[in-house]
Design a protein around this ligand. Structure first.
Ligand code: PRP
Ligand code: MN
Ligand code: MG
Length: 181
């Protein structure tokens, strides 16, 4: 495989910063959900790395499920059309749900998911997102646990892809424009 360093411009969030932030968020979540049954719902595929590290930073005994939705396809812009590729295996009725996401960009994916989950009878639904792009918001998402607000640039790494590549980078970096130009 090709060396990826010349396909990236700047590192926005380092591996160390991510891990420190996830530990902070995990401490908050442990406290906020003390004595409650918490179900983490990871949004495939981007949230895989966040889920793996965040869940292991928790002290609490939780359950985990996954939902696969996609709106970006192979481009750098959200299509706005969200498709379910894999639904949950868990009945949300009476559950405290925390949706785990890598990024809130336009907000369209989470807006659609929150509406979809609202009808499933959960006791509570909150959102955790490692990254958020305030300047790209098309709909407002009420996100209780945010890692980092970042500028409106196309970022990859730590689960985030461009055409399915770069998900395995340890840092979050800006994709060099020549890659998708
Ligand atoms: C990306 C990202 C979020 C969503 C955010 O997923 O992982 O789920 O887009 O964008 P939005 O706020 O504009 O909706 P994508 O659809 O690329 O699927 P993936 O997770 O499989 O990469
Ligand atoms: Mn995603
Ligand atoms: Mg993607």
């Amino acid at each position: 495989a090709a060396d990826i360093s010349d396909q990236l411009s700047t590192v926005l969030v380092t591996e160390e910063e991510i891990q420190r932030k996830l530990a902070e968020l995990a401490a908050r979540v442990d406290a906020d959900y003390a004595g409650k049954d918490l179900l983490l719902v990871g949004v495939l595929k981007g949230a895989v790395m966040v889920m793996a590290d965040f869940a292991r930073s928790l002290q609490s005994d939780i359950t985990m499920d996954w939902m696969a939705v996609s709106s970006y396809g192979a481009g750098t812009k959200s299509s706005g059309v969200v498709q379910i590729r894999k639904d949950l295996d868990t009945d949300l009725h009476g559950k405290h749900v925390l949706i785990v996401e890598d990024i809130i960009d336009s907000g369209l994916t989470l807006s659609w998911l929150l509406e979809n989950f609202a009808s499933r009878g959960a006791e509570s639904i909150e959102v955790l997102a490692l990254l958020r792009k305030p300047e790209a918001a098309k709909v407002k998402i009420d996100c209780k646990y945010v890692g980092f607000d970042i500028p409106n640039e196309f970022v990859v790494g730590y689960g985030l892809d461009y055409a399915e590549r770069y998900r395995n980078l340890r840092d979050v970096a800006v994709l060099a424009p020549h890659v998708y130009a």
